[in-house]
Design a protein around this ligand. Structure first.
Ligand SMILES: Nc1ncnc2c1ncn2[C@@H]1O[C@H](COP(=O)(O)OP(=O)(O)OP(=O)(O)O)[C@@H](O)[C@H]1O
Ligand SMILES: [Mg+2]
Length: 277
């Protein structure tokens, strides 16, 4: 039986399927229609086709990272409102998201009071790194220390340290909130010493460095830790209001307004409706 010659459209479909480009394949029909309708030039069409594939790949990487990296939420740079945090240099944060710091194995430290976006930005850096195909891992300081202590008790400390040294980006969140045992502090120091100049760590803390001695229960060790962390480091100090409080203020105002309106609303409502509602 003679096979019919494939149309250009079908050939393109076959090529994209062969190259395993499902994102581009899905976008193909719309893009071809836009070319036919004169809405897209050839370079625009190529760009859209490849961008569709990159978007699908990034989404898949993000989903995989959310499963394996223990990131607690999806927080991305495009969700961050810079107008709310004028102390932040937007160009610095955007350039960090280009991930040169990961390439150079440098650290990023976010310092600032509660609710100013430290965790949000630390996660968005980790997500950017995951979308670029790098391995990332997230933990609060307390969680990471607990996992190291458990590994030590089970005689698996070296392998746990190796696992936590491996990711290209490790987020250590919430330094300064919970008290740490001396053993815990020493285990964390070992981890940071291993990662030093080997892979990037993104840290967040509500405490200034001058208070880290108290946080880690040992001034000398805290000084040695800070020394390693800041050697190749981008320090981002956020001075501003809590975004959480902003949301609470709005919520409070809404509740307040609803409350004030309530008696009037009830007065207007017919008796029967009140009884059945
Ligand atoms: N500038 C911002 N634009 C949009 N969302 C923000 C901004 N700042 C913070 N948020 C949101 O507000 C909430 C609190 O922010 P986040 O958890 O990053 O604060 P934090 O500095 O880590 O606080 P804490 O020290 O209490 O852990 C999160 O849901 C975060 O996504
Ligand atoms: Mg936080």
């Amino acid at each position: 039986m003679k096979t019919l010659p494939l149309s250009r459209r079908d050939r393109l479909r076959h090529i994209l399927a062969d190259l395993r480009m499902p994102g581009a394949l899905e976008a193909l029909d719309t893009i071809l229609r836009d070319i036919d309708g004169g809405a897209l030039t050839a370079p625009d069409a190529i760009e859209q086709l490849l961008t569709a594939q990159i978007q699908l790949r990034n989404n898949r990487r993000l989903q995989a990272a959310m499963r394996s990296s223990r990131l607690p939420a999806v927080k991305q740079l495009h969700d961050f409102d810079f107008t709310f945090q004028p102390s932040l240099r937007r160009d610095q944060i955007e350039s960090l998201h280009e991930l040169g710091f990961v390439e150079r194995r440098e650290n990023v430290i976010f310092l600032g009071p509660p609710g100013v976006g430290k965790t949000h930005l630390a996660i968005s850096l980790a997500i950017a790194a995951a979308q670029s195909g790098r391995r990332v891992y997230y933990g609060t300081l307390a969680d990471l220390i607990t996992s190291l202590e458990e590994a030590q008790a089970a005689g698996r400390l070296q392998s746990r340290l190796k696992i936590l040294t491996h990711p290209a980006v490790l987020v250590v969140d919430e330094i300064g909130y919970l008290p740490i045992s001396r053993t815990g502090a020493m285990l964390f120091f070992q981890l940071m010493t291993r990662r030093y100049e080997h892979a990037s760590t993104v840290l967040t803390s509500n405490k200034g460095f001058e208070e880290w001695g108290e946080v880690f229960g040992d001034e000398v060790m805290a000084a040695a830790l800070i020394d390693r962390l800041v050697h190749h480091c981008h320090l981002v100090t956020i001075r501003g209001n809590s975004y959480r409080m902003r949301q609470h203020t709005e919520l409070w105002q809404t509740l307040h307004a609803t409350h004030d309106d309530a008696p009037a609303a009830r007065r207007r409502r017919p008796r029967q409706e009140v009884a059945t509602s």
